[in-house]
Design a protein around this ligand. Structure first.
Ligand code: ZN
Length: 338
């Protein structure tokens, strides 16, 4: 089969790779229906994360079960399945507590921009849809496997409640999905931080009520202005830079919460400032598996349409163009179909 391999920063190739096989009895192999390029894939692509040797790429997927190991009974060949970027048995103490992305048997998926993918811990990781979904649902189901699940976790971690005010820092796919999540969880006011017009437009369509274009201290001042000088109840930090985290913490009211899901790159938090801010902080790799049944249902009933974050669709063999388009910000997120 063929799949994406990164050889060096800026150098992603679509090439022949070994066919994935069942190795453990808890594995499944799926035939990819759709996969995509993640904002975090751009870290090695841009050379911010080192590429020591060529390796496969991709951690988002939906597909059809091709084969299952002897211990997998929850999904069967032929079913359409959605899974998370982190595998989970869904039975260990961390899974039972709702933190499947800290499963004791966790593996991070890294081979999904390919025609076939091996899924470890398939029993706990994969969720099958009731029927084979119509093609129009595929982008949103793919979004649920990562960006929508992550945006949802950001909103849950920031404790968005009905009637509350939420700020979303970051207008990438996760931030935009965070707007959807804040709306679904009942936030009355949703302030999206974005300086890119097409993204602002999508944020407004997803439920944002206000747009703040300023970053850093000016962005904080603008949020304070919009919230009677106090700050927001909930802030979703969906970037992972020092500036974004500082903006998130300082935009939150005393007693409010920050949910942070942007993978931190050189982010430092000052203990004393955090202490006196009275702000609650929770983040980490999203336990997407916890939210999958709920989010799949919301997609299939037409309540949410996070697939709209994909503004570029390419054949999988043009995966390199997907990286280029996202790197150059010509696309928010590229969907790839074999
Ligand atoms: Zn577990």
């Amino acid at each position: 089969m063929r799949g994406a391999v990164i050889h060096a920063p800026g150098d992603v190739r679509f090439e022949e790779r070994d066919d994935p096989k069942i190795i453990e009895p808890t594995d499944a192999v799926i035939r990819t229906v759709a996969t995509c390029v993640c904002g975090s894939d751009l870290w090695p692509y841009r050379g911010i994360e080192a590429v020591d040797e060529p390796h496969p790429m991709g951690h988002e997927y939906v597909g059809i079960v091709e084969e299952v190991g002897a211990e997998v009974t929850s999904v069967t060949p032929g079913q359409f399945v959605v899974g998370s970027f982190a595998t989970s048995d869904n039975t260990c103490p961390n899974c039972r507590a709702g933190y499947q992305s800290s499963c004791l048997r966790r593996e991070f998926m890294t081979t999904c921009q390919a025609e076939y993918v091996r899924i470890p811990q398939a029993q706990g990781t994969l969720v099958a849809t009731p029927d084979r979904p119509a093609g129009e649902f595929v982008p949103s189901l793919l979004a649920v496997s990562d960006v929508m699940g992550t945006g949802w976790y950001a909103a849950v971690a920031a404790e968005v409640r009905p009637g509350s005010t939420a700020v979303v820092v970051g207008d990438g796919a996760v931030g935009l999905c965070g707007v959807i999540a804040a709306r679904e969880l009942g936030a009355e006011r949703i302030i999206a931080v974005s300086r890119h017009e097409p993204r602002q437009k999508l944020a407004l369509e997803f439920g944002a009520t206000d747009i703040v274009t300023e970053r850093g201290e000016e962005g904080v001042a603008r949020v304070k202005e919009l919230t009677g000088g106090i700050g927001a109840d909930s802030v979703l930090e969906c970037v992972g830079t020092q500036e974004a985290m500082r903006q998130a913490l300082r935009s939150t009211r005393p007693g409010g919460n920050v949910g942070f899901v942007g993978v931190p790159h050189d982010v430092r938090i000052d203990g004393e400032e955090l202490f006196f801010s009275h702000v609650g902080l929770r983040g980490g790799p999203a336990p997407v598996r916890r939210f999958l049944p709920n989010l799949i249902d919301r997609v299939l009933t037409g309540r949410i349409n996070p697939g709209r974050v994909f503004d570029l669709t390419l054949p999988l063999e043009q995966v390199a163009e997907g990286y280029r388009a996202m790197d150059e910000r010509r696309a928010i997120k590229a969907l790839l179909t074999p």
